[in-house]
Structures are given as structure tokens and as C-alpha cells.
Write a protein that binds this ligand. Structure first.
Ligand code: PLP
Length: 412
């Protein structure tokens, strides 16, 4: 284990980490620097970041084009308020997002994190129905095993059985949850449509709620049920956006467009916190029907540094052979990880795009497995029964091989 310094001991007593106790009995590995696919730890060891810093660092680290974009922007301004002021980086990023997103989406709201973008999307849906004088449409329909973030609105549409719901019972508004299969969906829409404002989904790949996949047919059915029953569709592509599943956006697997789309995580190539909510004009106009306007405005909305690096990251992605990179990673994860199915410890192996998941039968001892993975030169952050990787798209064949081997050794 690294970081046995006094500094580290102090930190464990005083600084919170995600979903961690305070004080923290587990050491956090101190990272000295990051370059390409590698994190260099304080003791000099280099590990491949098989997590892309939670889906975000798709180009890896210390990327010259992204560094340059921030440095250049820094010379003119780091930040100005977006209320009543504007700037070129925001305009340029908005244009680019609307060019690459589903064509019906015409309006962009910049938020400061994924969870906040979910709050904005939910608020938009509620305000849309207020605009239609359908004030009773206040419920949301979400999928079992959904994860949409940690703020209160977002928590309320996370699966109640495998999230923090039970801690906030009585505080969280009650919404409805349905399994991603056609029969359950039809039943749920039939039962609940009248007071449902929107259905919210992670298209095709469900992330932190269980790393599960469902089919394009199911996603297409969700879209058509929303149309049939006059329910809005919010697509949370915070994890799946920007190529991770093999398509630029996971909605493309079913050839559908949401009414509201949330983007985050890889939006800035992992450089800064930022999210975006894109909407169909129907939403934006609908909100204003009764003379209201969208009531949201974060202090750091459309931060120029974040806008500049996001644009540079998307430009870099589009100029790269990302499709073949992701396809090659998919092929290699398939050949490498499917061997794990032979192990008695392994319940399932799932691969899509640059996402590889090995589901164990028992809960993983995370600190112990992480220490072993690090000796194999790989950084992963398993949770529950899930050992999984979503590597940077720039990972070489050797890098993926090393990740596969490291995961394989934990399954043996
Ligand atoms: C990470 C994530 C969020 C929350 O984003 P934050 O930036 O962590 O607030 C929401 N939805 C999905 C699908 C995510 O993966």
C-alpha cells in the first residue's frame, strides 16, 4: 500500500472521500501525476487507469490538445457570470453539441455536474407540464437499477432498493420504477401515465445501479410508449455519451431521440466538472406557455475553461478513429474476459463497447482486490459484486491485455 506518510494519516482523519467513512480506515492511493493511460502513484508505481476516472478521461491524461485549450482560455478569462453576460467558448460548445446530438434537440442548458443536470431535466419536465396547465403531472417513471446521481431530485429517481433511498425515506418524493422489459413497461405506462411528467432512463447501459444492459428494442418501446401516453422522455447519457457504448450516444442504438438529454462525465474529457442539458424546442416553448421561464441558474454556469476544454475534447474525439478504437477494445475485452465465466466465482460477464464487466457471485473485498490489481499495474474500483473496466479509448492492445489479465487473476 502506498501513502504511509504522516500526510496520508492526517488526510484520513480530516478529508472525506466518496462513499467513505470519516475517519477513513482505508488508505486512498496518492496520485502524483497522470499521463496517457497511466496514473503515477506517490511511490513511483505506474498503473493503468481502467476506470477513466469514472467514465470521464476518454482521451487519457495530460492530453496536449486539452491542456492547450485550457491554457489559451485562461489567458482571456477563467470565469465570468453567465447571467446577462456571454462568451465565445459557451457559444462554440453549444453549436458543436447541437451538431452532434439527435437533430430534434435545439437548446442547451449548461450545468455544473451530472447530478445538477438531472435536477434541471426533472425541473424542465415539471415546468413543461405547468405550461400545459397539467399541474397534476408531477411523477416520474424510472427503471429498476437506475442511477441518476446523488442530489435529492436525482436520488428520488434512483432505484429505491439498491441506492440510498432507505436513508431518506419520508424526505424523497415517491416516484415509480419499472423493469426494462416490454410487458412491464406497457403495464406501467397504462397504470401511471395520467400523473407522470416524464420517464427517465440511462439508455442501453445502466451504470452505477448495477452495470446492466438492456436491448435497443426496449429503448425503442420506451420512446413509443412516451409518445402514445403523452409522457416526456429524459435520456441520461452522462455515462454513455461520447462513444463509450460504441455509438456517439447510446440512444443511437435504438435510433431514438429523447425530449431532454443530459450529458456530463466525458463531456470535458475528464478535465473539469461540467454537464449539459439539451432539449427539443417543444420543451423550451412549453415551459414558457403560461409566461414562466426556466428557474435555474448556477453560479458557475457555462464556465469558460470548462466550455473550452469540452469543445477541444469533442473535436479531438471526432477527429480520432474512436469507432474502431472502441470496437477493438470491445473485441479484446470479449475474448479476454469471457474466459472468466469458467470460474466458479463468476456469475456473469457482460461487454459492450469500451465497457467490460465481470459479476462475481459474492461481494468483492474491495481494498484487498484493489491492492492485488495494483501489483498487476491496474487501477479499478469494484463495487458490490462487480469488477469492471471502462478504459480510456486511447488504451493500446497491451494495456487492455494487462487489464484483462489483472481481472482474470482475481477470478481464478
Ligand atoms: C455519474 C452519473 C450521474 C451523476 O453525475 P455527477 O457528475 O457525479 O453528479 C448521473 N447519471 C449517471 C448515469 C451517471 O453515471
Amino acid at each position: 500500500m502506498s501513502g504511509s506518510t504522516e500526510e496520508n494519516a492526517w488526510e484520513r482523519e480530516h478529508v472525506w472521500h466518496p462513499y467513505a467513512p470519516m475517519p477513513n480506515p482505508n488508505l486512498a492511493y496518492q496520485v502524483q501525476s497522470a499521463d496517457g493511460v497511466y496514473l503515477t502513484l506517490e511511490d513511483g508505481r505506474k498503473v493503468i487507469d481502467g476506470m477513466s476516472s469514472w467514465w470521464s478521461a476518454i482521451h487519457g491524461y495530460n492530453v496536449p490538445e486539452l491542456n492547450q485549450a485550457i491554457e489559451k482560455q485562461l489567458k482571456s478569462m477563467a470565469h465570468v457570470m453567465f447571467g446577462g453576460l456571454t462568451h465565445q467558448p459557451a457559444v462554440d460548445l453549444a453549436k458543436l453539441l447541437l451538431e452532434i446530438a439527435p437533430k430534434n434537440l435545439k437548446h442547451v442548458f449548461f450545468a455544473d455536474s451530472g447530478s445538477v443536470s438531472i435536477e434541471v431535466a426533472l425541473k424542465m419536465a415539471l415546468q413543461y407540464w405547468l405550461g400545459q396547465k397539467k399541474n397534476h403531472k408531477t411523477k416520474f417513471l424510472s427503471l429498476s437499477n437506475a442511477y441518476h446521481g446523488d442530489t435529492f431530485g436525482a436520488m428520488s429517481v434512483c432505484d429505491p432498493d439498491n441506492s440510498m433511498h432507505h436513508l431518506f425515506k419520508g424526505v424523497l418524493p415517491k416516484h415509480r420504477f419499472v423493469a426494462p422489459n416490454i410487458e412491464s413497461l406497457r403495464q406501467a405506462f397504462k397504470t401511471y401515465h395520467a400523473d407522470t411528467a416524464a420517464m427517465i432512463v440511462e439508455p442501453i447501459v445502466q451504470g452505477a445501479g448495477g452495470m446492466l444492459f438492456y436491448t435497443a428494442e426496449v429503448l425503442a418501446e420506451i420512446r413509443s410508449l412516451c409518445d402514445e401516453y403523452d409522457v416526456l422522455l429524459i435520456a441520461d447519457e452522462i455515462a454513455t455519451g461520447f462513444g463509450r457504448t460504441g455509438k456517439l450516444f447510446a440512444c443511437e442504438h435504438a435510433d431514438i431521440s429523447p425530449d431532454i438529454l443530459c450529458l456530463g462525465k466525458a463531456l470535458t474529457g475528464g478535465y473539469m466538472t461540467m454537464a449539459a442539458v439539451l432539449t427539443d424546442p417543444k420543451i423550451s416553448q412549453g415551459i414558457q406557455q403560461q409566461g414562466n421561464i426556466l428557474m435555474h441558474g448556477p453560479t458557475f454556469m457555462a464556465n469558460p475553461l470548462a466550455c473550452a476544454v469540452a469543445k477541444a475534447s469533442i473535436d479531438l474525439l471526432l477527429a480520432s478513429p474512436w469507432q474502431s478504437r472502441v470496437a477493438n477494445i470491445e473485441t479484446q475485452l470479449k475474448t479476454g474476459l469471457q474466459a472468466c465465466l469458467a470460474s466458479k466465482k463468476v456469475a456473469d460477464v457482460r461487454i459492450m463497447g469500451a465497457i467490460g464487466i465481470v459479476e462475481m457471485k459474492e461481494a468483492i473485498d474491495v481494498p484487498a482486490i484493489q491492492a492485488k490489481l495494483i501489483t498487476q499495474g491496474v487501477w479499478l474500483r469494484p463495487f458490490g459484486k462487480l469488477l469492471y473496466t471502462m478504459p480510456p479509448f486511447i488504451a493500446s492492445q497491451e494495456n487492455i491485455q494487462q487489464i484483462n489479465n489483472a481481472i482474470g487473476m482475481q477470478c481464478a
